[in-house]
Design a protein around this ligand. Sequence first.
Ligand code: PAF
Length: 282
Amino acid sequence: MEVLKNKKTLQDFIERQREMGKKIGFAPTMGALHDGHLSLYEAARAENDLVISSIFVNPTQFNNPEDLKKYPRDTNRDISILQKSGLVDAVYIPEVHDIYPEKAESSHYDFDGLENEMEGKSRPGHFDGVGTVVEELFNQVKPDNAYFGEKDYQQLAIIKKMVDKKHLPIKIKGVDIYRAKNGLALSSRNQRLTEERREDSKVIYETLIKVNEWFRVVSISEIKNKVKDIFDDQKGMQLEYFLIADENTLKETDFFYKDKSYRAFIVVMVDGVRLIDNMHLD
Ligand code: PAF
């Protein structure tokens, strides 16, 4: 596996691969790799000649400086996970100036309102930061296909929107949420929880399963009350938000309409760690 530590080495590498006509699959990450990332690489492996990943903790997408400081970083561990997986041909690990040559600042994006829902309300500026770094990485890596986990469903929708609006020649592929045995969605943040709290947090997934059972059976306001009751009974967990949204516009809905598809979204604080999850309702 090639470890590409700056923009120049990446560009030389990409040029060589393009000359050989290789189809490139790309999965950007912020490191702290886990099995959820490996599932992105597996999806990329199946559809491309070459799989590239990146590790870059993007400062512009953290609205909370404490969160940026606490973000787990261990590049040697990540490289060794990638090497052992055998799924990735090259990893790009840029420095801040390779991505932001002048100032680490976001550009402003209009994602047709997707950016104003859910995480956009809780984390102002977050999606401008994501758009900025992903667009720059796309420009540098020039992938044919790019892979993102559905755990960050709103991020996936926003990246699809950006590619669409800017007519970038890249296909965006969503990959199913990868869950631990107990159902907890895998996230780099889970490392900050004790084993016991990770076990307790399975209630998030279990709640989503129940919501899916209640879907179109009881009203949304009733579902919301039931979810609130579940988390009122959980010690040390605070429900930040739970809502059901139109899967395409991501706008919260109070009623189920016949021809629309819906998804439930949830954010819970567990011992100060913000866990997010979602589920398509059917
Ligand atoms: O999902 C992530 O890890 C990040 O938001 C991404 C897409 C790598 C951009 O920094």
